[in-house]
Design a protein around this ligand. Structure first.
Ligand code: NOJ
Length: 725
């Protein structure tokens, strides 16, 4: 007998304590596809629940899926509608692969240019990260899959990520690092993954203040929190702090070693960046004992389960009576089959890759004429660059290399050369010797799908090819992975020398960069054009050709500042990065990214928001409207269509004794304009850009005049308006 009509409460009432415990601790997936698995309780109609990585597409074990571009590319498109569509497509693929929750998006602020996971994140700016992150969340959840925003919070580096304490003051947390998570919560995110690191000394899985008070209390987050994998420190601390689900819940011995759980991994020295994969099962017996001992209130277990069941119910996975597996809310009761590798998903992967491409420099060489004879040069011209290493690695059904993409589009001759040796790909999976061959095959870098080309790389061949062609396209890449930060922003291997040699041989050289974030481009003034493509995913060569030949306007803009390595706020200061004595001190406070370059009056190589178009735009006068908006008329004065990304920044008034960034990114509106077309664009300024967090008063909007700058980047202002507050 149940005493309530509420399916969640009805189900909860029928669960034994043992059954409740089985819903808060992961278990091995009998199908072997999920990254994390809850077995469900068949007798009361709770179906199994599968959680799967990750931000760049679905990484279901042994399965293929659409490989979308790196998240930073999605962010560079500055287009919430596009991000929403990507989220929806990933969710349809998750469904097709039998998965219920997606472990994405990652919204950690890009604090350090060296961070190995920058490609999985969105921006150095909290409004940009929040907008795109929220759009991804709502896209994923619009297709009936739980989104998981991660990694909460201040997980901004991979070095010692499982132990380091981010020492960061309250105001900086509130103004920079927390807002993207808040935006995800406001967008209805069903799950939040806690980070591996500590914040101000407390492990994030145990962080009562940030998880309990801020996330669940202040923000009223009603979904479930989940630990990062093997990222749970203590049963009692975590349960009382507000952690709801432990993942993966079982020792890595289940997958690694001989799988007999005999403790053979006990002596394994876990490399830096890899959590101890035997530290598991805390939300099993240890949690039960803690409840019996009165260390964790039994209501807490009910709350954990209620939160999990709440998401199951929300997405149609619990039936009304709390008995019988749900059908994912479809009217016909047939269930939702999802969609995998469909033409629209392939097109979308290409669309995001092209839209996220940033034209950093162009002296007029681009777009290329159709009939141009081109030499396509670089150590990986025959391989698509899918992503970086780690839990976000996806295995696509198909991928198009830069060379294939250009060959398919060019009407002139296409020659190719590798020039220099290949760049070794890096992956956290290579750090785990007991992860089997099968997994290696699954998770290899993009190019593993390409046919081997056994020519030896030769700089002479590259130079000869460049000399013989009308234009040279040099494709270069970095190599980054989860669990490892880069030790330099230089491109690896001999790629800089390759660019120099090709640029010497042909004035019409364009360099196409594939990187997870900022890299050094020492030759940028010696070449005709520089294109930043991030990690473009399976549609790599197609999207590249779209942009090089002008079939699409390169409408990406930088979501991160590009600057010389020594100019970043963390440069040359171990305290700030990678930390000393187990602590990394966020001494720069709010002055991350462009906020730092403004305060330091330092010239970045390419500012936040930067990116050229093949069209040209003129801005009219900026007018302040009601409701915290500004409007501006933008005209495409070129003879070709283009997509302008209109940006607004707010400069706050001076207030005695209050330190503030000179300007804060406040809004963006991408607009497609045909040749000669004009349109009035209205930008709604984010509250975050006008307010500051005062540790006594909370969110504060100072009275005075706020200058709203409207333009093409943080350093290219086309007009201003004033708002009084
Ligand atoms: C660890 C990563 O930090 C997280 O992003 C990922 O979702 C889990 N592993 C599962 O693979």
């Amino acid at each position: 007998m149940t005493t309530t009509d509420d399916p969640v409460e009805a189900t909860l009432e029928r669960l034994s304590r043992q059954q409740k415990l089985s819903l808060v601790r992961g278990a091995p997936d009998p199908e072997g596809t999920a990254t994390g698995y809850l077995p469900g309780v068949d007798s009361v109609g709770v179906p199994p629940f599968r959680l799967v990585d990750g931000p760049l597409g679905i990484r279901a074990e042994g399965e293929r899926a659409t490989a979308f571009p790196a998240s930073i590319a999605t962010a560079a498109a500055f287009d919430t509608d596009l991000a929403r569509r990507q989220g929806a497509a990933m969710a349809r693929e998750a469904t097709a692969l039998g998965q219920d929750a997606l472990l994405a998006p990652g919204v950690n602020i890009i604090r350090v240019p060296h961070c190995g996971r920058n490609f999985e994140y969105l921006s150095e700016d909290p409004v940009a990260s929040g907008d795109i992150g929220a759009a991804l969340v709502s896209g994923v959840e619009s297709e009936g899959v739980v989104a998981t925003v991660k990694h909460f919070v201040a997980n901004n580096q991979e070095t010692r990520r499982t132990s380091v304490s981010a020492e960061v003051d309250e105001r900086t947390l509130r103004e920079l690092y927390l807002p993207p998570f808040r935006a995800a919560v406001d967008a209805g995110v069903g799950s939040v993954m806690t980070a591996y690191n500590r914040v101000n000394g407390t492990h994030m899985s145990d962080h009562e203040y940030l998880v309990g008070d801020v996330l669940k209390g202040e923000w009223r987050f009603s979904g479930y929190t989940v630990s990062d994998w093997y990222g749970l420190e203590t049963a009692v601390g975590a349960a009382n702090a507000g952690l709801d689900v432990e993942m993966p819940g079982v020792s890595m011995e289940v997958w690694g070693g001989d799988g007999d759980g005999d403790g053979e991994l006990d002596d394994f020295e876990w490399p830096d960046g890899i959590p101890d994969g035997t530290h598991a099962g805390l939300f099993g017996e240890p949690l039960a004992e803690a409840i019996d001992a009165g260390e964790v209130p039994p209501e807490r277990l009910d709350d954990m389960v209620r939160r999990v069941l709440g998401q199951l119910a929300r997405f149609g996975r619990l039936d009304e009576a709390g008995a019988g597996a749900g059908d994912r809310g479809t009217d016909d009761g047939e269930g939702d089959a999802g969609e995998l590798d469909s033409q629209r998903h392939r097109d979308l992967a290409r669309d995001v890759a092209a839209r996220g491409t940033v034209l950093l420099d162009n002296d007029g060489l681009l777009p290329l004429d159709d009939v141009t004879d081109v030499a396509v040069i670089g150590p990986h011209v025959d391989e698509a660059k899918l992503g970086g290493g780690g839990s976000s690695e996806t295995t696509p059904f198909r991928s198009v290399s830069p060379l294939d993409g250009i060959e398919a589009r060019a009407e002139g001759a296409v020659a190719s050369a590798f020039g220099v040796p290949r760049i070794e790909s890096v992956s956290l999976f290579d750090m785990l010797p007991f992860v089997g061959d099968e997994a290696d095959d699954e998770t290899g870098d993009a190019g593993d799908t390409a046919e081997a080309d056994d020519r030896d790389p030769s700089l002479d061949d590259a130079v000869a090819a460049a000399e013989a062609a009308d234009a040279a396209v040099v494709v270069v890449r970095d190599a980054t992975t989860e669990a490892l930060d880069r030790d330099t922003l230089d491109l690896p291997g001999e790629q800089d020398a390759l660019v120099e040699a090709v640029a010497d041989a042909n004035d019409d050289t364009v360099v196409v960069v594939r990187s997870g974030g900022p890299v050094s481009l020492p030759w940028r003034e010696d070449v005709a054009a520089v294109v930043e493509q991030w990690y473009p995913g399976q549609a790599d060569g197609e999207a590249l050709a779209d942009v090089l030949y002008g079939d699409r306007d390169p409408s990406g803009r930088l979501p991160v500042t590009f600057a010389p390595e020594g100019a970043y706020p963390t440069a040359g200061d171990d305290r700030r990065f990678p930390g000393v004595d187990g602590e990394v001190h966020y001494d720069e406070g709010l002055f991350v990214g462009y906020r730092h370059f403004d305060a330091a009056e330092a010239e970045p190589t390419y500012p936040f928001g930067h990116g050229h178009s093949y069209a040209a735009f003129e801005y009219g006068a900026v007018e302040a409207g009601d409701d915290q908006t500004v409007s501006v008329t933008v005209e495409n004065v070129a003879d070709r269509p283009g997509r302008e990304v209109v940006q607004a920044y707010v400069r706050p008034p001076d207030v005695d004794g209050v330190e503030r960034p000179e300007r804060e990114f406040a809004a963006v509106e991408p607009v497609h304009l045909d040749a000669g077309e004009r349109r009035t664009v209205t930008l709604a300024l984010d509250d975050l850009a006008l307010s500051r967090y005062d540790t006594d008063e909370g969110w504060t909007v100072d009275s005075g005049s706020y200058t709203v700058e409207v333009g093409r980047s943080a350093r290219d202002v086309r007009g201003t308006a004033t708002l009084e507050r």
